[in-house]
Design a protein around this ligand. Structure first.
Ligand code: HEM
Length: 405
């Protein structure tokens, strides 16, 4: 016998009020058999099996193209641009895009950039190394991903500044007051589009060893990406690949500052980088959750979710589930327990396309930081970004460390 979801008597969790720990405390006070909660947009699942179950169920569609609508934005030119993105594409359109672009985002493609990643992170540490203090966000996390994304795409060094400005404006798409920033975001999107079209024309005549060349060459059964799709992919790489990496590096470093013995261990044993990245992303992921909506009436666990129902997916909560992870509240970069994968890159068809690149960026940055910023301490309080649905991390984080490394 199935029940309509709206007829269930469910406790409500807020999305924005309180922090992650408060919400978890509230949740653990609830009946453990409760797998579904209500929230201001619709409903929420927080348990690992439901998070994975819903993300792998193709009837639940990505809601990223519907965020403007949830924020009350009605401008059609803006909305249609968001809908064309791989982040919100579904069905055959999405399958085709993923198939064409996936090889360009392989682990091997990311490995090509590792020496460059080390050069960038060392270049950011150099000016602060002798002072023994830094504002970690402005000095390290903010600037880190831009040169890498530029190098990945094949944009020349002279254009880093331009890219950085365009990325900041485009990333306002995640801000709570997006409605007031639409013109800024769209101007930047148009400027990036013009820039990308020139870069594409150049790569068509002079192929290089970069992502854009790979995407231009990508072909399957005679099918290729159009110029519009190439522009969309560049936009998706900026939207998906800059703020996420920045904030994940910020969250990881804040976490290590709370666990000095693990920081020291990583400095001494850089080969732990792979485990360290998975463990920091499990314990303290910068992407706390995502949202889906029911593309049709969906029956799941004997509950009917009518078409259009929004569902929040609690990645961060699932990453700490006791019957899935051994000692989930212990942060340990040496743990080799055969646990399930951490979920901060999502799951299912929209699983992060840039996961190999992001892993490489973090695996290169963290051991170098651990070695060159020994005795890391947070100086004062960290100012955190709002802990809602979007990307979470430090907005301001003063640190001290032993100088001269
Ligand atoms: C630590 C850093 C990162 C985290 C935590 C992260 C997280 C995620 C998550 C959770 C999703 C799935 C969203 C959903 O299902 O609704 C996703 C998708 C995506 N990510 Fe990442 N990401 C990171 C870095 C990157 C990088 C570096 C790139 C690009 C170079 C990238 C590009 C994308 C793209 C294009 C998608 C959409 C894939 C699709 O819809 O098929 N991400 N990411």
């Amino acid at each position: 016998m199935s029940t309509l979801v709206h007829d269930l008597d469910l406790p409500e969790i807020s999305l924005a009020d309180g922090n992650f720990d408060q919400r978890r405390a509230m949740r653990s006070a609830l009946d453990p058999s409760l797998w579904l909660l209500r929230n201001p947009f619709g409903f929420a699942v927080l348990r690992y099996e439901d998070v994975v179950g819903i993300l792998r169920d193709k009837r639940w569609h990505s809601a990223s193209g519907r965020i403007p609508e949830l924020l009350g934005i009605t401008r059609e030119d803006f909305i249609s641009r968001q809908r064309g993105s791989i982040l919100s594409a579904e069905g055959d359109v999405h399958v085709r895009l993923r198939r064409l672009v996936a090889p360009a985002f392989s682990p091997r493609a990311a490995d090509r950039l590792r020496p460059f990643m080390r050069e960038v992170i060392n270049g950011l540490i150099d000016p602060v190394a002798s002072t023994g203090r830094a504002e970690f966000v402005a000095d390290i996390t903010e600037p880190y991903p831009i040169p890498i994304i530029c190098e990945l795409l094949g944009a020349p060094k002279g254009d880093w500044q331009l890219f950085s400005r365009l990325a900041s404006d485009i990333l306002e798409v995640f801000s709570a007051d997006l409605a007031d920033k639409l013109d800024l975001v769209m101007d930047a999107q148009r400027e990036l589009e013009a820039y990308t079209r020139e870069l594409i024309a150049d790569r068509r005549s002079r192929p290089a060893d970069d992502l854009l060349t790979d995407l231009i060459a990508a072909e399957e059964a005679g099918d290729r990406l159009s110029n519009d799709e190439l522009v969309m992919m560049v936009n998706a790489v900026i939207v998906g690949g800059t703020d996420t990496t920045r904030n994940q590096l910020g969250c990881a470093t804040a976490l290590f500052a709370d666990h000095p013995e693990q920081w020291k261990l990583l400095a001494e044993r850089p080969e732990l980088a792979g485990r360290a990245v998975e463990e920091t992303m499990r314990y303290f992921g910068a992407v706390r959750g995502t949202v889906r909506f029911a593309s049709c009436d969906i029956e799941y666990r004997n509950v009917v979710f009518p078409a259009g129902t929004f569902m929040s997916i609690g990645l961060a909560e699932a990453n700490r589930q006791p019957d899935v992870f051994t000692d989930p509240e212990v942060f340990d970069i040496t743990s080799t327990a055969a646990d399930q994968p951490q979920l901060t890159f999502g799951s299912g068809i929209h699983y992060c396309l840039g996961a190999s690149l992001a892993r490489a960026e973090l695996q290169e940055a963290l051991p170098l930081l651990a070695r060159r910023l020994p005795n890391l301490k947070i100086d004062g309080d960290i100012t955190w970004k709002p802990d809602g649905v979007g990307i979470f991390g430090p907005a301001l984080m003063n640190i001290t460390f032993d100088a001269g490394h």
